[in-house]
Design a protein around this ligand. Sequence first.
Ligand SMILES: Cc1cc2nc3c(=O)[nH]c(=O)nc-3n(C[C@H](O)[C@H](O)[C@H](O)COP(=O)(O)OP(=O)(O)OC[C@H]3O[C@@H](n4cnc5c(N)ncnc54)[C@H](O)[C@@H]3O)c2cc1C
Length: 522
Amino acid sequence: MKNGVIVVGAGLAGMMAAIAAADEGAEVTLVDRGAIGLGTNTAMSNAVFAGVSDSYGVQEYVRETMEIGRFLNNRKKVETAAEKSREAVALLKSLGVPVGLVGTLYQVRSPDPRVISGVTLVRRVAEAIGSRPSIRVIRDLYVTGIVKRDGVVEGIEGVDSRGGSIVCRADAVVLATGGAGAMYLRNDNQKYIMGQGYHLAAAVGLPLLDMEFVQFFPVVVSGEGLPATIVYPPVHEAIRLVNSAGEDLAVKYGLGSLTDAVMKKRDELSIELYRETRKGTVFLDCRKVPGEAWNEHPLSILKLIKHDFATRPLPVAPAVHFMMGGVMTDDTCRSGLPGLFACGEVTWGLHGANRRGGNALMECAVFGTLAGRNAARFNEGGPKGVKMETVKPGTGGTVAPGGSRRSLGDIKGEIRQMAWDYAGVIRSAEGLTKGLEAAREVHRELDGFVPGSRRETCAKGDLTAAVVTLKAILTASLARRESRGSFFRDDHPGEDDAGWKKNSSLTYDPVERAFAVTHVAV
Ligand SMILES: Cc1cc2nc3c(=O)[nH]c(=O)nc-3n(C[C@H](O)[C@H](O)[C@H](O)COP(=O)(O)OP(=O)(O)OC[C@H]3O[C@@H](n4cnc5c(N)ncnc54)[C@H](O)[C@@H]3O)c2cc1C
């Protein structure tokens, strides 16, 4: 019998974990609610990786990552990422990923410039998964809980493609469920990324750290009827960002090149742009971009939007992009529950108060591999392999009428609006307090909803995860009385190192359905 590892989530972090665990000799089951790789934020990404190279050293990487994270980063994780980044890039190349250096960053290049680089990345890694017989892939499995016994992880429970309840047991579980951006009204994430992993971890008593730090991407399409796609960097030098009065905003705010601001000063640029959008529309003016440049990446992707770039500036505004906080793990990806490992966006630590561009995917590559390797070596009392059991078969159809005054679609709309209004770019004690009250109300209403189908079970799970994650963000935001990195409080606008150079730690009380917050000096 081999050690059994279940990996939850098939983005880059989960796929790297599955490969590493299989290469370490484990029997691996990789589960996702959808098709492998497709519903992930990894697939949407620009596939830029920050990391060490001949022209960019370990010290420089550590210094810059910590500076951008305003020194709340977990230094051990930053050093691990720096030291293992070259190895991670070499591993990706060995899996067939076309990744190479562009300046000081690594970038995946799609053979066809009209294909998002992240899609090429997931396709190649998914092929590597397909070529490993010791990895079993289960799609359409929605994970609803982490199962533990005697203080050790035992497996997961979930809902299969026909609505049946399953339990899957193994020696170790890797949580790689991504972030939560889609719980916000304005976001650039995949539509189901709503904090499921934070909820799963909090429900088994694991602490969530630094949840107040939500990153906004400054330049995301906002025009009526247009998709909320990000303007992938690098930004062509002929492009200007202007307000409705025609002012050049990079000049107005002394931001230097737009590419640098987008990669390294997302926090400052997002706050200024958000303020500008409160006064009027902000535009990306691409009218001076020469015709041939539109065939090259990344303009080749922007061009896919139905908009006449030659004659009309494109409306843009900040949108939620990434979660810096998450499940507490150490630099070997162990969580506080023996046998449960976590990696990727669902975890805390590498980024501190703000993330530098390219560090999310490097986090997935480095820590996904570590999580898989360490999970493969974990067992309590001898290897058990992976065993899946159907507890209650599904019918594949509607089994009972839903029972709420409002539809789940309406409730979702309200949660997304609340998140944007109360836990958005600019926060205040008044808004955060109102937000918490509103979140409690919606949580109560959701509890009363009886799902009538598999689809509704998953939708209720998503919305419950979103509202629990929102409570985490609001609680941590209310407690932090300063501004730092991506986190801006109107009523405490300055960074206060003496009082707040601390990580916040939240624990969930499932009876009160509320988080308690403490702070630990970094
Ligand atoms: C538009 C965009 C561009 C970006 N560009 C870059 C970039 O160039 N460089 C960079 O470093 N970062 C970038 N990022 C950030 C980066 O892409 C993400 O942080 C990273 O891909 C997250 O990977 P992950 O494996 O942790 O999660 P994901 O890739 O999001 O995958 C998580 C998976 O878990 C599944 N899942 C969740 N809950 C459950 C459940 N309950 N049951 C079953 N399955 C579940 C989801 O369906 C999903 O498939 C970008 C992000 C966006 C949105």
